[in-house]
Design a protein around this ligand. Structure first.
Ligand SMILES: *[C@@H]1O[C@H](CO)[C@@H](O)[C@H](O)[C@H]1NC(C)=O
Length: 280
């Protein structure tokens, strides 16, 4: 109950987060908007999606091992030393799910600050294993050196923005986006786009409220939402951290977590350990 209240308070202040439009003139008629009905995601469709709560802000991330979450470094700009927890297996911010403390946040060595989308990647080590189920699964990261063609459609999940009616405000939503070239993207976000990024355009009503969220292509994690327009008038183009580009960094640092905390097991072992526990 206490936790529930805690999350409810969070939603009210989350409007100040950078991915939320600051200037919302849009008046949504949810009842007649069929696109938005399809937008709502069930956690079974995105069982790797993780809610990250740090201080009084929230973000999205992806479970890549039972004890490791991949997200963006920009999530932690505002309160880097606050207590951070994640919740897995939940499709609403306030709904039930497994809440796990974060024991370490690894920010990319080359990341500077949120106004710079370069090297916007971070890994979280969890205190306990996420318990795998229909609602909780890890995601496979796309191989290194894999390029997405311009025009490829990707599915991005995140927490619903404040244009939505209150009952969908804290719900997990889908946003379909289409990859554009970095060259085209630089026309809008010049100087912000580096080799570690790619961009995708979206429909204005599919804007997400937070960053760190996973972009999927054929069930592979291809990107993490790093930055997006904050105004309705701006180009509706989101900037991602390229998962393929960071493949080596992610592998190395996940392994480092594994050695340091000595607890991250391979999925098969997780299952056998569970059945072993059941037998004891
Ligand atoms: C992502 O990174 C890979 C590996 O560096 C690269 O080949 C690719 O062109 C980048 N961009 C996209 C959109 O895939």
């Amino acid at each position: 109950m206490q936790l529930f209240l805690h999350f409810t308070v969070l939603i009210q202040i989350a409007y100040s987060y950078k991915f939320i439009p600051t200037n919302q003139k849009q008046n949504y008629n949810f009842a007649t908007n069929t696109i938005l009905h399809k937008n709502v995601a069930k956690v079974e469709e995105v069982p790797h999606h993780v809610l990250i709560v740090y201080g009084s802000y929230f973000c999205s991330g992806s479970l890549i091992r039972s004890q490791v979450v991949l997200t963006t470094a920009s999530c932690f700009d505002r309160s880097p030393h606050r207590k951070t927890v994640v919740k897995v297996g939940a499709d609403t911010v306030t709904g039930p799910g497994q809440v796990i403390s974060v024991v370490e946040i690894k920010i990319h060595e080359y990341y500077k600050h949120s106004s710079d989308a370069s090297h916007d990647v971070a890994l979280l080590a969890l205190k306990e294993h996420a318990e795998f189920s229909d609602k909780v699964k890890k995601i496979v990261i796309v191989d290194p050196e894999v390029a997405l063609r311009v025009g490829t459609s990707i599915d991005v999940s995140g927490w619903g923005h404040s244009n939505l009616p209150a009952k969908y405000l804290n719900h997990l939503v889908w946003s379909e986006m289409v990859v554009i070239s970095n060259e085209e993207c630089r026309k809008f976000y010049n100087g912000l786009i580096t080799d570690s990024n790619f961009c995708a355009k979206y429909q204005v009503e599919r804007r997400l409220s937070d960053n760190g969220g996973p972009a999927l292509f054929r069930n592979l994690l291809v990107g993490m939402l790093s930055f997006g327009g904050t105004k309705r008038e701006e180009p509706h183009i989101a900037v991602f951290s390229n998962a393929s580009y960071f493949h080596r960094w992610i592998t190395l640092n996940s392994r480092r977590f594994l050695e340091k905390y000595c607890v991250d097991l391979e999925p098969d072992l997780d299952i056998s350990l569970k059945s072993l526990n059941d037998m004891i």
